[in-house]
Write a protein of this length. Structure first.
Length: 537
């Protein structure tokens, strides 16, 4: 135990990252815990130590392209591409981008939709040691695309022919339609340079937040970050050559990177969705999705699916129960800034639904407002450490310094990230999610956890999912699926288990909850719908 504690000794904190009043960083971070809690803090909070087989994404892909060149890498509609063909096209595009001045560390815009050329563009950037900035064309407003191009200093934008005329003027940035380019004789006759410049700590992509509350911020994600997810268990989801993995998610959302790289880094086959999501989901072995997206898929059509992983938002227990009956079901958690997921739970029907334990080479701390460890079992804010922590926000040092802090528990220059998720350790050393810090609201003078109300609603017989929102200082409103749920019964159910101030003024039953382009519940649309349809004018 002594050696373990010494390895977590508090290091000197760089004063440039702290304000003068943050004296908490200059005292031992474990002094507030008793001996038993110190042991659990260490035991519960650390994932296993594992070494990924590859430390860059393109080297993992290239290994399989050389080993099984004729294996199918991806299928989209009636078209497919082999590992060899995908690798050759990516090499040619990398050569072309290099000739146009793209070098290691540069950012390339990838403003398009799901397609085989999309994969070519991603891998070409990685082969150069450059990174790509993905955005879903046709969904992201042009003003946001211009903002992203400016912040990331993008000089080349890769797109598809059908999107090219709708993109804004990026000034000095050149736009290339990949599908048109790849049909040209000049492209196919290019002599490739086969440069291998990427390093584990290089950015592989920059993911911009949705920007619903202002201008989006770019999160810098490295090869090492992503390799740690897709090449260790459970993030690898058991994927191997021959496994079919769905690609359902918006390409600007970090979960799409999980779908794509867990496939291509293990020699498996990616099935890219079309307009009917079940066409893809019913023909794969592995599904990765938000709970809201998974909720749109009929489980009866997916009985051959072996593994499902959800993340991105709280998972309704009925959803986990249904899918967990016939496949391995992983409930996971982690914001973009901690690389897709940093906790995971293999859920079995009858289990308590938690978000599990830290994934390999990662840590989780439950801290109070003073950034000191909470007693084990108390609710506090989750801070994440280890290999999952990304490099910060692009061109926004102030925001980076407020959310990324020196890690006092790992030391040695490690950084931890403030997730703004609330959680507690249970007796099994698993994390129970207690919503977001911004989901703790005040109603009628009382502190209320919106997520707790939604969980009670999801225990109503027949309820598949629920979301609770604050309407004003005195009222809550809830939305449930399916539309057959009776409002009176649902309201009485909440009143049975929770105090009066937690009872929603209305429980609206819908066939489906509206989703954002990234596959999460669209809370703004729900509030707007309620205000327009249910509040008297």
């Amino acid at each position: 135990m002594t050696a373990t504690l010494n390895s977590m000794a508090f290091p000197p904190t760089p004063p440039s990252l702290l304000s003068d009043d943050e004296t908490v960083f200059h005292i031992s971070p474990l002094e507030s815990l008793n001996a038993g809690d110190v042991r659990k803090f260490i035991e519960f909070g650390r994932g296993s130590n594992e070494k990924p087989a590859f430390n860059t994404l393109n080297s993992a892909f290239e290994h399989h392209a050389a080993k099984t060149p004729y294996a199918i890498a991806a299928i989209h509609g009636n078209r497919s591409i082999s590992y060899q063909e995908l690798d050759n096209n990516a090499e040619k595009l990398a050569t072309l981008l290099h000739k146009k001045g793209v070098k290691r560390g540069d950012s390339v815009g990838l403003f398009l939709t799901r397609s085989l050329p999309m994969l070519v563009g991603m891998l070409a950037c990685l082969k150069l040691g450059a990174n790509y900035v993905p955005q879903h064309a046709g969904i992201t407003p042009n003003s946001q695309l211009q903002h992203i191009a400016n912040v990331a200093r993008i000089k080349i934008v890769l797109t598809l022919n059908r999107h090219e005329k709708y993109l804004p003027d990026f000034g000095n940035s050149k736009i290339i339609a990949l599908d048109s380019l790849m049909k040209t004789r000049a492209f196919n006759e290019l002599n490739v340079t086969k440069k291998r410049a990427s390093k584990p700590n290089d950015n592989c992509f920059i993911l911009f937040t949705s920007g619903t509350t202002g201008k989006p911020n770019g999160v810098q994600v490295t090869h090492q970050n992503v390799c740690n997810v897709v090449m260790t268990s459970p993030g690898n989801l058991g994927v191997k050559p021959g496994t079919r993995v769905s690609q359902l998610m918006n390409i600007a959302f970090d979960m799409s990177a999980w779908e794509i790289y867990v496939t291509l880094c293990h020699g498996a086959t990616l099935l890219i969705r079309d307009s009917v999501i079940e066409n893809t989901a019913s023909n794969v072995d592995v599904i990765i999705a938000t709970p809201s997206i998974l909720g749109q898929i009929a489980p009866i059509k997916c009985q051959d699916v072996a593994v499902v992983a959800v993340a991105g938002e709280p998972c309704p227990e009925p959803l986990a129960e249904t899918w967990g009956e016939f496949c391995d079901f992983y409930n996971c958690s982690g914001p973009t800034e901690t690389t897709i997921i940093n906790t995971a739970k293999l859920y079995r029907p009858g289990d308590t639904l938690s978000i599990g334990k830290p994934t390999p080479n990662n840590t989780v701390y439950i801290l109070n407002d003073e950034l000191l460890p909470c007693p084990i079992g108390d609710v506090g804010e989750m801070w994440a450490g280890g290999v999952c922590v990304t490099k910060g926000y692009l061109a926004n040092a102030e925001l980076s310094q407020s959310r990324y802090r020196p890690d006092p528990f790992l030391g040695d220059g490690h950084v931890m990230f403030r997730t703004r998720d609330l959680a507690r350790w249970n007796d099994d050393g698993e994390l129970e999610h207690h919503g977001r810090t911004d989901d703790q609201v005040k109603v009628k003078g009382f502190h209320v956890e919106l997520n707790s109300i939604s969980s009670v609603l999801e225990s109503v017989p027949g309820c598949q999912s629920a979301v609770t929102l604050k309407l004003d200082n005195d009222h809550l409103v809830a939305f449930v699926t399916p539309s057959t749920i009776e409002q009176k019964m649902a309201t009485e159910h909440v009143a049975t288990y929770l105090p009066y101030y937690c009872v929603p003024v209305g429980v609206i039953a819908l066939d489906q909850l509206p989703l954002t382009p990234r596959g999460k519940v669209d809370k703004c649309s729900l509030l707007e719908m309620y205000q327009q349809s249910f509040i008297p004018k």
